[in-house]
Design a protein around this ligand. Structure first.
Ligand SMILES: Nc1ncnc2c1ncn2[C@@H]1O[C@H](COP(=O)(O)OP(=O)(O)OP(=O)(O)O)[C@@H](O)[C@H]1O
Ligand SMILES: [Mg+2]
Length: 219
C-alpha cells in the first residue's frame, strides 16, 4: 500500500502546489511517486510534472471528488507514495482525501486570513478523524519572513487552532517561484538556504508517514 500525503487547504494561494511539487521531486529521489493533481483545469502540479519528465513520478489528474479513491487506486498499484495537490474551496475533495490519507499537510502563511480559513479546515479535519483514525494532520508554515513580528504571530497560533505544526517551514524565497515554472526543485537551484529548509521538511514528513528507503522499488 502506498503512503498517501494530502496537500490541501480551503484557501487559495497558500502554497499547496509549491509544497506538493517540492515533495514529489524530493521523494522521487528514493521512491516511485504518484502525483495526483486534483486542482484542474489550473493543473499547476501536472504542468510542472510534464516539464520535469521524471521517470519516478507518475502524474494523474482528478476532476471530481467522487473519482479520487479510484484514481488513487490506479496510482497505488504503481507507486510507493502518493502526493495529492487538492483544489482550494472544496470540502468535498478534502473529505474524500482525508478518508484515505495517511498525512494531511496544510500549508499556510503567517496571516490572519490564512489562520481564519484554517479554522474552517480544522472543523472538517475533526469530523473526518472519526472515520480515518490513521490520518495525521500538520500545519506547514509557508512564505515566512524572518522577522520578530512573524515569530510573534506563530507563537501559540497552532495551539489556538488545536492543530499540530511541523517545526520546519518554508521561507519566502523567489527560488520556489523560479523552480516551479521550470519543472525544477530547489536541489537544482542556487539557493542553499532553500535546500536546507526543504531537506529538513522532507525528513520530518518521511518520519510522519514512516517511509523507509528500504521500500524503494526501482522497477
Ligand atoms: N515559499 C514561497 N516563497 C515564495 N513564493 C512562494 C512560496 N510558496 C508559494 N509561493 C508562490 O505563491 C503563489 C501561490 O503558491 P501556490 O501556487 O503553490 O499556491 P496554491 O495553494 O497551490 O494556490 P491555488 O490555490 O491557486 O492552487 C505562487 O506564485 C508561488 O510561486
Ligand atoms: Mg495550486
Amino acid at each position: 500500500m502506498a503512503k498517501i500525503i494530502v496537500v490541501a487547504h480551503l484557501k487559495g494561494g497558500v502554497g499547496k502546489s509549491t509544497l506538493a511539487t517540492t515533495l514529489a521531486a524530493y521523494l522521487a529521489q528514493n521512491f516511485r511517486v504518484g502525483l495526483l493533481d486534483a486542482d484542474l483545469p489550473q493543473a499547476t502540479s501536472s504542468q510542472w510534472a510534464a516539464i520535469r519528465a521524471d521517470a519516478n513520478i507518475v502524474t494523474l489528474g482528478c476532476e471530481s471528488a467522487s473519482r479520487l479513491a479510484e484514481i488513487t487506486e490506479q496510482l497505488d498499484a504503481q507507486c510507493d507514495v502518493i502526493v495529492m495537490d487538492l483544489p482550494p474551496r472544496s470540502v468535498k475533495f478534502l473529505r474524500e482525501a482525508m478518508a484515505i490519507g495517511d498525512l494531511l499537510l496544510l500549508p499556510l502563511t503567517a496571516s490572519a486570513p490564512d489562520v481564519w480559513a484554517t479554522e474552517s479546515v480544522m472543523q472538517v479535519v475533526n469530523e473526518c478523524k472519526k472515520t480515518n483514525s490513521r490520518l495525521k494532520t500538520r500545519l506547514v508554515w509557508n512564505r515566512l519572513r524572518a522577522t520578530r513580528a512573524t515569530l510573534d504571530f506563530l507563537d501559540g497560533t497552532a495551539k489556538a487552532l488545536r492543530a499540530k505544526e511541523l517545526s520546519s517551514h518554508l521561507a519566502l524565497r523567489t527560488s520556489y517561484v523560479e523552480c516551479i515554472g521550470r519543472g525544477l526543485y530547489v536541489e537544482q537551484w542556487h539557493d542553499p538556504r532553500a535546500k536546507a529548509e526543504c531537506r529538513l521538511l522532507l525528513k520530518q514528513i518521511i518520519k510522519q508517514v514512516k517511509l523507509s528507503t528500504a521500500e524503494f522499488s526501482s522497477g
